[in-house]
Write a protein that binds this ligand. Structure first.
Ligand code: ZN
Length: 336
């Protein structure tokens, strides 16, 4: 990405093993993230061309001399933060805050044919075998959007008997609906104004659709829950309005799981003090959930790949960015 709105597919240096813990993978599929749209829309400053992409699934081609568990030929998935998966923070389930974490997309960009993945043993999870082509989109979804939606639902403590509301109808929000369903939520309220997204939300397990936003959206959730608010609310947008909508739609003692990347959101203690709402979130520790998510996909219990409603060859990535920016596509899969 050379500048806002300016995405080009260009030849760059081949990735190579830089550290003995690295792996090189050949991408089977990659995709464009909602968070890639922030610099695309000029919200983040671009001082030098950005190598884009942090969602990946593919075949291991080469590993460094200290890599033990990952082998060439395996089909693997990893998260947008490389992690050692052994430090105290990782063992507590917060691999995206690993003491050795490295952000993918800067050191190894995934919107490419091949990429370098640091800390391969800790970061990558191999599937039981090389998947058939039709499973690849769902496995790719586990790399970020599904893992992030899942963390949102876990952080919001979605569980049997609970009412879960989801703020945001992007891919993460829609997959938070799927996650809440899988975690046993009784009632799932998706907040969306777009017909195609509402349809997918219902397909993923939503029981109610709310079209209002902001204060009106929060009020509508209260109306639907005997004036109490939802037990669990997943925030999957990241704006001031959506964050306050999530907090104000949650009942006292309830939980907000926030996974939309926040931009200029200010929470005043005074606004939260009286609510008795738990607020937990951040960059999802996707690595924690990968083995379980891969199993659910491999055994056909979930089909998160349905969020990809446009598939393009990698060399048409610029069209993919445009389609997502104009909200013509929910999420774009790129085939290298
Ligand atoms: Zn760690």
């Amino acid at each position: 990405m050379h500048a806002p709105g300016d995405v080009r597919v260009e030849d760059v240096a081949e990735p190579r093993i830089l550290k003995p813990t690295d792996a090189i993978i050949r991408l089977s599929a990659t995709c464009i993230c909602g968070s890639d749209l922030w610099p695309y829309r000029g919200a983040d400053e671009i001082t030098e061309p950005l190598h884009m992409g942090h969602e990946y699934a593919g075949i291991v081609e080469e590993v460094g001399s200290e890599v033990d568990s990952i082998r060439p030929g395996q089909f693997v998935i990893g998260s947008f933060f490389a992690s050692d998966n052994t430090c105290e923070i990782c063992r507590a389930g917060y691999q995206s805050s690993c003491v050795h974490r490295e952000m993918l997309g800067t050191s190894g960009a995934a919107q490419a044919q091949r990429m370098r993945v640091p800390l391969a043993d800790g970061t990558l999870v191999a599937t039981p075998g090389v998947p058939s082509d039709d499973l690849v989109p769902s496995l790719l979804a586990a790399s970020d959007v599904l893992g992030t939606g899942w963390f949102g639902a876990v952080a919001a403590e979605a569980a049997p008997g609970k009412t879960v509301a989801v703020v945001g109808d992007g891919a993460v929000g829609l997959l938070a609906v799927l996650s809440a369903k899988q975690l046993g939520a009784e009632r799932i309220i998706a907040m969306s104004r777009h017909e195609s997204r509402q349809k997918l939300a219902l397909d993923f397990g939503a029981t109610d659709i709310v079209t209002e936003r902001g204060d009106a959206g929060a009020a509508r959730i209260k109306e639907l829950t005997d004036g109490l608010g939802a037990h669990s609310v997943v925030e999957a947008v990241g704006t001031q309005e959506s964050m306050m909508q999530a907090i104000n739609a949650t009942r006292p003692g309830g939980h907000v799981g926030f996974v939309g990347v926040l931009h200029d959101v200010v929470l005043r203690g005074d606004d939260i003090f009286m609510t008795h709402v738990h607020v937990h979130g951040g960059p999802a520790p996707v690595r924690r959930f990968l083995p379980e998510l891969i199993d659910l996909i491999w055994t056909g219990q979930i089909d998160p790949g349905k969020v990809f409603d446009l598939e393009l060859p990698l060399d048409q990535a610029a069209d993919g960015y445009r389609a997502m920016d104009e909200r013509r596509a929910i999420k774009v899969l790129l085939r290298p």
